[in-house]
Write a protein that binds this ligand. Structure first.
Ligand code: HEM
Length: 222
């Protein structure tokens, strides 16, 4: 770790993110294995279709816990659009799609990230409700159970397509982002580029955690 790096996420935030991400991806892959013949190899790898379904259904229980933790932790920062600044950012597409001279300053999350959070939160909840009803079909009316299948598939399409945008922008599309979810420490240059308003807020509130600085102040007797 280099001196001067800034802490962007704490351990709880990263554990929640990866619990959600890994359970979500296992659900997507095992779900594809159940849905399409051409993905049957996923079931074969897990010892057959019956075990595939067990893996899917029990991973869903982990996803429920992770989704609850993520929504509780992020809804205030990622679930609420702030006007007019978020609208200005959307009009400029965050400077990602065409040349923009001055992109509106972003706080902890930009409107694109907020949109992804909302898709995960809302479609994720839809997946939980529809999935649980399909898990216990005999205690619900047949017409209701039948509706759950297309809704479950629709929720999957929304989450899975957004996931690829998220994967790209969390890694090569925006260099310096991935460490926020791996080590938790990012550079000041990345924060200035991606979340300048958040950096200012942390500086003003005195909540900025800089690697090596605390030690230095202790050494200097502050
Ligand atoms: C497996 C590859 C993934 C990578 C490399 C990745 C990376 C990241 C990074 C770097 C951030 C922080 C971005 C920032 O602060 O600017 C983040 C945030 C987030 N991730 Fe992921 N992620 C992955 C998978 C997922 C999955 C599958 C989900 C959903 C089920 C997910 C949900 C979120 C949410 C809700 C946030 C906070 C809001 C946002 O940035 O949109 N991530 N991720």
């Amino acid at each position: 770790m280099k001196k001067g790096m800034i802490q962007a996420t704490d351990a709880f935030e990263r554990i929640t993110h990866w619990l959600l991400a890994i359970s979500c991806l296992v659900l997507c892959i095992t779900g594809l294995g159940m849905m399409f013949h051409s993905f049957n190899f996923v079931g074969t790898m897990m010892g057959g279709l019956k075990s595939l379904k067990y893996v899917h259904n029990f991973t869903a229980l982990i996803f429920i816990v992770a989704l609850y933790m993520a929504v509780r932790m992020w809804w205030k920062e990622a679930g609420v659009f702030v006007l007019p600044e978020d609208l200005d950012w959307i009009k400029a597409a965050g400077g990602y799609l065409w040349h923009v001279d001055k992109v509106p300053e972003v706080g902890k999350y930009n409107p694109g990230q907020k949109a992804f959070f909302l898709v995960v939160a809302l479609c994720g909840s839809l997946m939980v409700v529809t999935g649980l009803i399909m898990w216990a079909p005999l205690i619900f009316p047949v017409w209701l159970v039948r509706w759950m299948y297309p809704l479950h598939a629709l929720g999957f399409v929304a989450i899975f397509s957004f996931f690829f945008v998220h994967l790209y922008l969390g890694t090569i599309g925006s260099p310096g982002s991935a460490p926020a979810m791996f080590s938790g420490w990012v550079t000041r240059a990345w924060l200035l580029k991606q979340h300048p308003k958040w950096l200012k807020e942390m500086e003003e509130h005195g909540t900025l955690v800089v690697y090596g600085e605390e030690k230095e102040s202790i050494e200097h007797g502050h």
